[in-house]
Structure formats: C-alpha cells, structure tokens
Design a protein around this ligand. Sequence first.
Ligand code: PLP
Length: 394
Amino acid sequence: MLNEEMVGLGKVRSEIREIFEYGNKRKQEIGAENVFDFSIGNPSVPAPVSVNEAIRDIVDNTDSVMLHGYTSAQGDFSVRKTIAENINSKFNTEVNADSIYMTVGAAASLTITLKAIMNPGEECIVFTPFFPEYGVFIKSSGANLKVVKGLDKTFQIDIDAFEKAISEKTKAVIINSPNNPSGVVYTEETIIKLCDIMRTKEKEFGHEIYLISDEPYRELVYDDTFVPYLINYYDNTFVCYSYSKALSLPGERIGYIVVSNKMKNERDAYAAVCGAGRVLGYVCAPSLFQRVVARCVNDTADISIYKKNRDVLFNGLTELGFECVYPDGAFYLFVKALEEDAHAFCEKAKEQELLLVPADSFGTPGYVRVSYCVQTETIEKSLAAFKKLAESYK
Ligand code: PLP
C-alpha cells in the first residue's frame, strides 16, 4: 500500500503548471508568437556573463575529482565563508560560515527549516497572498498552516489580524517579500510592528516563535525600494535564500539557509537544520554550483529588463481600467479580475490567448497573477488582447 497522500499530491499538478502546459500545447497549434504566456515564474533574463565565466574557469582549473565529489553535508566551508562575509558586508550582520547551510533552492531551504522547527500540532502562520507550496511544505513538517488575510488593496500584512491570530500553538511565521504573487515589498514599519508582536508573544507564551524569511526575490527590487534584512529586526530568524531568480539559475537548484547568530540556542538551531537536511536527504548541494555562486555573490541578472516590463504592463493595464497592485519587486503583477470568479475570468482571457493564473490557490480569490518575466515585446503585443478582454466585460 502506497502513501495515498503522496499519490494524490503526485497526481494533481499545480494550477500554474496546468496553465503552463496548456500554453505549450497552444503555442504548437498557433505559434509561440501568438500566445501571451504570463503563467510561470521562469526568469526571462539570462544569467549574468560572470556565471558562465565562473563555470568555465572552475571546470578548467579545479581538480575534477574534488570538484565533482561530495562537499561537507552543509556545503563547502570556503563557499559558506564567502557567502557569510558578503551578507555581513551588505547588511551589517555578524553571521559566519557555520550559520549557513547550502541547499538546492528556496523550496529545500523552506522544507529543511520547517522540519528543523516544527512539531506535530504546532502552527505556522502565512499571510495572503502566499506561495501555495507553503501548504505542502508545512504539512510535510507535521505542523498546521494558519492563514492570515493580508490588507485589502495594498496586500501589506494586516498587523491587527496577525495579533489576533498568533496563539500558543504558533511556532513560526513565514514572510515573503518581495512577494510572489503580489510583487509587494513589506514596509520597514510593518516589519517592526510584526517583530514587536512576535517578541511580546514569545514572552507571553514562554517559547520561541521563529520568523522564516523566504527570499528568492530579494535582489529583484525596483526604484531603490528598501527591503529590510530580517536578522537585523528579529533574533529568532531563519533566512531561506535562493539564486533561482537573482542569478536566473532556477534549473541549477542552488540556495542556502542562514541561522541568525543572535538566535536563542543558535548552535542547537543550526544542528536542527543539519539534522533536517539529513532526514530529508538534502545534503551536499551541487558542488559546481556552490562554487559558482560563491564567485558571483555580488552579481545579479539584469533586472532593468524586469523593471521595464513592470512599467509597460502596469501602465498599460491601469490605462485600460484594470485595478493593479503596484509591484515594487519580484516579476509579478497582481490584478483584480473583472468578475468575482477569477477562474472564469482566466478562461475568458484564454479566448484572447492570454494565459493568467487565478490567485485562489494563493489565498486571494478574485485576483489573478500576471508573470512579467517574458520578452518586453510580448507585453507590448498583449495589450491589445487585454483591451479586448476588458471590452468583453462592458
Ligand atoms: N518561494 C517562493 C515565494 C517562490 O516564488 C519560489 C519559486 O518560484 C520558491 C520559494 C522556490 O524557489 P526555488 O526554485 O529556489 O526552490
């Protein structure tokens, strides 16, 4: 007898993947240039040149047996040291190599961290809109998901709702800023209030409440928007980072976890991360790419292209009368559907060859996500299709 829950999870493709697959089929039928595929968050900007240069140089100049061999379970020491020093110089922190655990991207960073923290019956709070996989990750750690609705229109955290929702069972809180799917960056004021409440509740309940910062989009911010580094705001913080979007390397599966050096029982917390990595089989992240990212710690894919896409799409859609959340980061535009049922709206959008994602699974019915990590030309051409879509509701 198989684990029926896993069979179920394996059989049901995520809604985003369904739309993406539909798009691939449609592109074969009518030509890729005639399909406006805004479904998936696959970076459209190439990795910086420094990535390929680093790969060549490392492959040519490193002993091959060593390069392709295992590193330490938690990652190569000199890689972790380079990353720690880089974090400290950017954010004025004091993390060290032994606070860092190399992973295969943010998904692994999150599942390891949750496994390290959560016990059965405990709760992990997330704020809408949220990355749907959190539900699966939290469940697999044995804990329960608790959803707190974000503020209407701004999609910042609703601090009052959070204060009401946090309970004795709360062990962790996940935040994701810049946010998928809203593109919103939580303000410093919001972060300070959130952390104040968490500290007060830790005292009241007599146990730690951990903050998990899911940061695959940290580098994708526009117009000098400030993204607070959470280790500087809250001691019991885990940072779950990924190079998937920052360096346009989602297929290479590389990221890391930072355990704040200020965390209570920090050595035990790091041991729990190592233990969880061991249990889940996430040891020794890809050796070549550990070394590549260490060479590219100061590089980022060319985000000016995403900024341009954001401007063209946001301005174009608001001019057409769509209600959009202004995105300061990531590469998603969050748009209010023109009818209550976002699924029905997305089906109607398909008639114009527009592939949008209904945001029900992000906890925000009535909205759709438009991924603008596409060619700028696709966005420009799509505006006529959006216009027809808007007109079909008049
Ligand atoms: N968290 C969020 C908010 C994401 O959007 C994604 C991927 O899109 C992930 C985590 C997983 O990232 P990775 O591909 O690095 O595992």
